[in-house]
Design a protein around this ligand. Structure first.
Ligand SMILES: Nc1ncnc2c1ncn2[C@@H]1O[C@H](COP(=O)(O)OP(=O)(O)OP(=O)(O)O)[C@@H](O)[C@H]1O
Length: 988
């Protein structure tokens, strides 16, 4: 669907606009609704169908694959297309997928009761971020719409170097969850990626905003701040981003909008932008729900500071495959591996936790306590799972209740869910005596053994005890629903059978009248047969004539006087009697009044339940957390995870024994566990053949950190972990092809972020950095970045690389060390051992991997020849003996790279890759900071390089003044290039 297509069919279709003066009243009404919803496609209820007209009809026909028909009236012919209301969900989904917002124009008065044109109004605008229909929502997921705006103020006052503050607010319209935060563009971009909204509306000055875009196109610099460098769609190209009424983003409008949701909103937000984003997102949410006033189920507007959670940028979320599989290898994500929840509430909670791991050691340990207890207590865990498996999606149910959209079945579902609460409370208390199920094991920390715990009535841990206290049984609500609503009610709430007998005396009386009337009619046949002596006399009912007594022509002479003729058939006559007519009126009247009364009573009950929205939401939170914790415990037991020891010492590093990758281990028959011992601030340079397990290892370490801080146990034999505040990853360009940027540009901008923002509290994963460009440049960048991470940032880092010369960092830097992965080769066959060992690797086995992958034999052979030729060219350089295929040193079948000393390895690498460097001593003398001298044969050969010991003062001063923390690698290379040119011209 092109943008042009979309533009032509939102708002008033041109064909309708052209005929506006002549339209019939109905089409005029359609045109009015369209005009009021300029950015949406209007579906207009006509009986059992939603119709669209003219160009809008053509779009509906095309997108929904329905027939385009024609409507003819006195004013002309109009193309028309409709979708059946009963079956609208899948069509609506197609329209949303095609990028439309759909305004639903419902008939809002009874068509039969209406005199003249039926009143219609837009009852909701369905947009990707605000759908509430269960049919259109994936269960267990959260569907957010977000608003982003920037801090107001005169941009000329602002410090040009400081980043503007952005406000971000998001609402899940189905559940009422509302989150608000503010921060620099980078922080907000990160939060957007975590929240992953389906739709973003942007305020003035933010890219994607309509006014800003128009200004940019006109080249005007109006009073609004210029659009800042921030792309709300960056993390997900499928995200719908659009501008929205700028007025909704104004402070005064936002304060007014927020007032029904929280008191004194103007005092509640640290950043004005946060307040304005919250106001705008709620304005938009209300608009999509038919502009019916405040959304009552949005009872909590939660403000939070992203720094209170482990910060994971989009690159980290993607490359660690937390929620999205990138299709490389295993097909699952970390979330899939962790999700053993039993209900949608728990699933969403677990997802929230994983998107925002904790940074508070106390809170993390508290979750670990609870997971430990549930892991120990099998019966309790299974009891919770069984009970929650019958729980409905309380958050969405209560959302529908307070929106006045819940039907009787929804209330019964709410009742069924409330009914599991007492059961859950009992389960949590069951068998909690000390000594049950491995007591004193993993869960035994954190002051959880109170007197009550010992008495056997309550959970052991504070966390579960607190959770149990939060399980509000909402007895009154449960009893009210049970007393009022029939146990198996129909979907329709206007046609009776919804309210239980005994709930309302008037209703019971009406139903009794109806029942008695029907019984009277049922007995009428027998009575009349007896009275008239006509054995074939029958009593029947049809829609048109109501009740009748039927007598065949042969018996007409025996018809009594009080029979009145109603209808003549071929061989019989139909009659009624005054008594029958009276009864009939009684029955019909009572039934109609009963149906109407039932509806009234139902709405009353629904409103009473809606008054308890906040309590139901609080219960939903508690159930969700319990489910998430039980899921973590179940996974820990099933997959043999261990409770990590969280170490609060700021100097503590990562110590993992027998760590595994939680996703890869499920697909590999024989996963090889590995240790990780990474002192704080150290950098591990990891080398090894392709496919040997470098990435898997690095990710397993990072995932252990993420899991631990989420509150989960970790796949390892033992783990001692510090609490990190940020996690960065940068994976090689060819591993990451999302987004429209050149992959190398993307790689470099992600690297820039790391180099700017990582700190001693960060864990950094660099996987093949520099791979996206020429080897010489790539190597230089990799080297410089590694040095910077070590020297300037002090972050704990893992750096996987094929640039073997990086391994000499270990000799030059105190906290750098080498790890490598091993492989064996027997009869030309390579076997990867997937085992990490200290030291540097010797060989890349690239040609073997190519062969394994099925590269044609001729190409493999030719590659071997070329490798041999390169080596022969480097023959003058001292190095170890090469094997026939020239890939690595000759080794026995049992030998692995451990056998190769670092010295041999370095010599070998120089021989292989730096033929121009000689003698070898030069390289040893070179300063590690001068990457180009180390790596680039051309620059080494250049006599200018010799000038490094004696720099002209201006060059030296410039070098000293370079602010590396604010210099991107590309800028650094450019600066180096300038300096080099100046040195050369000085020499001339
Ligand atoms: N510890 C392990 N035990 C068993 N199999 C493993 C292990 N680690 C990795 N593997 C398997 O090896 C495959 C390759 O691993 P990985 O991608 O980590 O290698 P790599 O060294 O990073 O490769 P490249 O350098 O080509 O990127 C994985 O997809 C997985 O199937």
């Amino acid at each position: 669907m092109s943008t042009a297509d979309r533009e032509t069919v939102t708002g008033v279709p041109p064909g309708i606009a052209a005929a506006r003066e002549d339209l019939t009243p109905m089409l005029s009404q359609y045109a009015e609704l369209c005009a009021a919803h300029e950015d949406a496609l209007v579906l207009f209820q006509v009986g059992d169908f939603y119709e669209a007209f003219c160009e809008a009809a053509e779009a509906v026909a095309r997108v929904c694959e329905v027939t385009l028909t024609e409507r003819s009236d006195s004013t002309g012919d109009y193309p028309m297309a409709g979708i059946p209301i009963d079956n609208a969900a899948s069509y609506l989904e197609s329209l949303l997928d095609a990028g439309y917002r759909v305004a639903v124009g419902d008939q809002v008065e009874d068509a039969e009761a209406a005199s003249g044109l039926v009143d219609r109004a837009v009852t909701e605008v369905i947009t990707p971020g605000t759908v509430v229909e269960d049919d259109l929502l994936e269960s267990g997921t959260t569907n957010y719409v977000a608003a982003v705006t920037r801090e107001a103020g005169d941009p000329s006052d602002a410090d040009p170097d400081s980043a503007p503050t952005l406000g971000l607010a998001a609402v899940d319209v189905a559940t009422g969850e509302c989150l608000v935060t503010a921060g620099e563009p980078e922080t907000v971009a990160e939060e957007l990626d975590r929240i992953a909204p389906a739709e973003v509306i942007v305020g003035p000055g933010v890219a994607g905003d309509r006014a800003t875009r128009d200004d940019a196109e006109r080249g005007s610099a109006e009073s609004e701040p210029a659009s800042i460098e921030f792309d709300p769609a960056a993390g997900d190209p499928n995200r719908t981003v659009h501008g929205h009424d700028p007025g909704a983003f104004e402070r005064a409008a936002a304060v007014d909008r927020l007032e029904p949701y929280l008191s004194a909103p103007q005092r509640r937000f640290d950043a004005d932008a946060g307040l304005r984003a919250a106001g705008a997102v709620l304005a938009y949410a209300e608009y999509t729900q038919g502009d019916d006033g405040p959304l009552e189920y949005v009872s909590r507007v939660r403000r939070y500071d992203p720094r209170d959670r482990l910060r994971l940028d989009a690159a980290a979320q993607r490359s660690l495959e937390l929620f999205e599989n990138r299709g490389l290898g295993a097909s699952d994500t970390l979330f899939d591996a962790l999700d053993s929840t039993n209900c949608a509430l728990g699933r969403r909670c677990l997802e929230r936790w994983l998107r925002r791991p904790l940074v508070d050691a106390g809170a993390i340990s508290s979750r670990h306590d609870a997971v430990g207890e549930l892991a120990d207590r099998t019966l309790v865990r299974e009891g919770i799972a069984d009970a929650l498996a019958t729980a409905y999606d309380l958050e969405r149910l209560v959302g529908r209740v307070s929106r006045g959209r819940a039907d009787a079945r929804d209330l019964r579902s709410l009742h069924a869910t409330l009914a599991v609460v007492p059961e859950l409370k009992a389960t949590l208390a069951e068998g909690s005596e000390v000594g049950e199920g491995g007591e004193g094991g993993e869960g035994g920390e954190g002051g959880e053994r109170s007197e009550e715990g010992r008495s056997g009535n309550l959970p052991r841990t504070d966390h579960l005890r607190d959770l149990r206290d939060r399980l509000d049984e909402l007895e009154e609500v449960r009893e009210l629903i049970d007393a009022a609503v029939a146990s198996d009610p129909p979907q329709e709430i206007t046609e009776g059978d919804v309210i239980r007998e005994g709930f309302d005396d008037d209703l019971d009386a009406l139903r009794a009248t109806e029942r008695e009337g029907r019984e009277w009619v049922a007995d009428l046949e027998a009575r009349e047969r007896e009275r008239t002596g006509i054995d074939s006399l029958s009593v029947g009912h049809n829609q048109v004539h109501g009740y009748y007594i039927e007598v065949t022509d042969a018996n007409l002479d025996r018809v009594p006087d009080d029979y009145r003729r109603r209808q003549t058939l071929k061989n019989s006559e139909r009659y009624y009697t005054p008594a029958l007519k009276e009864r009939e009126e009684e029955i019909v009247g009572a039934a109609e009044r009963a149906d109407a009364l039932e509806y009234e009573l139902f709405v009353e009950v629904r409103e009473r339940v809606a008054e308890e929205t906040e309590r139901v939401q609080a219960l939903a939170d508690a159930l969700a957390e319990l489910d998430a914790l039980a899921s973590l415990a179940a996974v820990a037991i099933e997959h043999d995870y261990v409770r990590p020891e969280m170490v609060e010492d700021p100097d503590a590093g990562i110590e993992i024994e027998g760590g595994r990758h939680p996703v890869v281990e499920r697909t590999e028959d024989a996963f090889v566990p590995n240790d990780a011992d990474l002192p704080r601030g150290s950098i591990a340079v990891i080398t090894g053949p392709n496919m040997s397990g470098k990435s898997t290892y690095m990710r397993a370490v990072a995932l252990a950190v993420v899991l631990a801080q989420t509150g989960s146990f970790v796949p390892a034999q033992a783990a001692r972990l510090p609490v990190f505040s940020r996690l960065f990853t940068r994976v090689g360009a060819s591993d990451d092809i999302a987004g429209g940027q050149s992959t190398f540009m993307r790689e470099m901008s992600e690297l820039t972020e790391i180099l700017h923002d990582a700190s001693p509290d960060s864990l950094v994963l660099l996987d093949e950095v520099g791979r996206g460009t020429a080897t010489t440049d790539g190597r230089a960048i990799a080297r410089a970045a590694a040095e910077f991470v070590h020297d300037e940032l002090g972050a704990t880092a893992l750096f996987a690389t094929h640039y073997h010369d990086l391994t000499d960092l270990a000799e030059e830097r105190e906290r750098a060390f080498n790890l490598h992965f091993t492989a064996t080769r027997e009869d030309g066959e390579v076997t990867f051992l997937h085992r990490v060992v200290p030291g540097a690797s010797s060989s890349s086995y690239g040609v073997e991997v190519a062969e394994l992958a099925g590269v044609p034999a001729a190409v493999v052979e030719r590659s071997r020849e070329l490798v041999a030729e390169t080596e022969a060219g480097a023959g003058a350089t001292p190095g170890p003996e090469r094997t026939d295929d020239g890939i690595g040193p000759e080794r026995g079948p049992d030998a692995d790279a451990e056998d190769v000393s670092l010295r041999e390895f370095l010599a070998e690498e120089e021989a292989e890759e730096l033929p121009a460097i000689e003698p070898a001593d030069d390289a040893e003398e070179s300063d590690g900071a001068d990457v180009s001298a180390d790596c680039d044969p051309d620059s080494v050969a250049d006599p200018a390089a010799d000038a490094s010991g004696d720099l002209p003062p201006s060059v030296a001063a410039e070098l000293r003044d370079l602010d590396l923390a604010r210099t991107t690698p590309i800028e650094a290379l450019n600066a180096l290039h300038d300096l080099q040119t100046r040195l050369e011209s000085d020499d001339d």
